[in-house]
Ligand binder design. Structure first.
Ligand code: AMP
Ligand code: GLY
Length: 427
């Protein structure tokens, strides 16, 4: 079975690496891929937002399964595009239709979905230019911190959290009147602040059944001890100590099951991943956000912990047959450290040559790298994720950091404290 994976990050590298382990996998292609993915797949130089070009590649390479990595093409309807074309009737696709992708594409839509299905989440009100002035007044009565979220996709940068009322009001005005994120911030959610520790859950679903993948915790802030600007993610750990059996049961009963049942009730065609960004408030899980794809860098710790043939799981989902599958996890701990370019998540340089050692004790997943004249060079903010596996968190982390000493480029940066909060909880 030939597979095409869309995307170019560590997530897609990990997906290709995992799929390749299945005896059922044939040729694997990645579009566009990066400077490391050619080791597990064939890179295709394609603009993945050009669905016609993707279609041509699917025909040319006799692709049986399309796996969509990032959210943008999903929100833009790539799945609907191929479903509507009889030439692609046999193509198996991992990814929801545009309607399903709205769970990530519009935070207001996601909130309303959760309300309809009684799924615990922070209270929120939608702000537009019509009720802006009224909301700015109403905010005087709220306690800080204030949480503002652009409704649409903003590449992980659309959330503002501040203790200062005046700053919050200014940001809200700025988001709406100056359209800081274009159309994405025509609407803004003013949300209740939830105090707790975050954890991410993932499922693969065929729209009626689902299988829960290993949970993970990621580290979004650029600075040690979770300070500074938000990034795409600086590292991740799986499993997560406080996600014990009782907590997982609550997540399943209160959040995962009602979400999948809600999709089914609303006749939303959904075959793919759901990523639940949760916060644990005193032992009770609340949804902070839905994503309609796997997380990055969470995938780099979640997939190594899946013992079951991953391609079999994807196939079962695509064939509407998850009911007959089981998922088994590995017992070890996985941790990944993201090595990034100096300056990230703001301005950073590209094109620095990367030297790489043996990397025998880690799983290297490339993100912002490319091959240029036969040399590996940096090509993004997040450059390479190194995943260490160990019998406990300490061992997994020490491998991920030891691997980091074998890769070098001018301006290499990373967080030295991945997992710090879990260690404080005894993990
Ligand atoms: P998001 O882009 O929705 O994942 O939000 C980015 C980050 O903001 C999350 O990872 C949380 O750390 C934080 N956050 C978002 N919503 C809330 C909330 N209602 N209460 C507390 N923290 C939040
Ligand atoms: N690491 C967070 C995300 O993929 O959205």
């Amino acid at each position: 079975m030939n597979i095409l994976i869309l995307g170019s990050g560590g997530r897609e590298h990990a997906l290709a690496w995992k799929i390749k382990q299945s005896p059922k996998s044939g040729k694997i292609f990645i579009a566009p891929g990066n400077g490391g993915t050619h080791k597990v797949a064939t890179n295709l130089d394609l603009d993945i937002k050009n669905f016609d070009k993707v279609g041509e590649a699917i025909k040319a390479h006799e692709i049986d399964m399309l796996v969509v990595g990032p959210e943008d093409p999903l929100v833009e309807g790539i799945v609907d595009h191929f479903r509507a074309d009889k030439d692609f009737k046999k193509l198996k696709i991992i990814g929801p239709t545009a309607k399903g992708a709205m769970l990530e594409g519009s935070k207001e839509y996601a909130k309303e979905f959760m309300k309809r299905h009684n799924i615990p989440t922070a209270d929120a009100r939608t702000v537009t230019k019509e009720n802006l002035e009224e909301t700015l007044k109403y905010m005087e009565r709220l306690d800080p911190p204030y949480v503002l979220k652009a409704d649409g996709l903003a590449g992980g940068k659309g959330v503002i959290i501040t203790e200062e009322l005046e700053e919050a009001r200014k940001s809200l005005r700025n988001l709406i009147e100056d359209r800081k994120f274009g159309q994405a911030s025509e609407k803004v959610l003013l949300e209740q602040f939830l105090k707790g520790i975050e954890v991410s859950f993932f499922v693969i679903t065929d729209g009626k059944d689902y299988r829960i993948l290993p949970e993970a915790k990621d580290y979004k802030r650029i600075g040690e001890r979770d300070t500074g600007l938000n990034t795409g993610g600086m590292g991740a750990v799986s499993p997560v100590v406080f996600a014990d059996r009782a907590f997982k049961e609550k997540v399943n009963e209160r959040i995962i099951r009602p979400t999948v049942q809600g999709l089914k009730k609303e006749k939303i065609d959904y075959c793919g991943f759901i990523f639940f960004g949760l916060i644990n408030v005193g032992g009770d899980p609340y949804v902070i956000e839905y994503n309609v794809r796997m997380g990055d860098p969470e995938t780099e710790v979640v997939l190594p912990r899946i013992k079951t043939d991953f391609l079999e799981l994807l196939l079962a989902a695509a064939d509407n047959n998850l009911v007959d599958t089981e998922i088994e996890y590995e017992r070890f701990t996985a941790s990944t450290v993201m090595y990034v370019s100096r300056g990230y998540p703001e301005f950073y340089e590209k094109g620095h040559e990367i030297s790489v050692g043996d990397l025998k004790t880690v799983l290297p997943f490339h993100a912002g790298t490319k091959l240029q004249d036969g040399k590996l060079v940096t090509n993004g903010g997040r450059v390479i994720a190194l995943t260490g596996l160990g019998k406990n968190l300490g061992e997994a982390l020490s491998k991920a950091y030891a691997g980091g000493r074998e890769i070098n480029w001018e301006g290499k940066k990373f967080r030295e404290d991945i997992g710090f909060d879990l260690k404080a909880l005894g993990q």
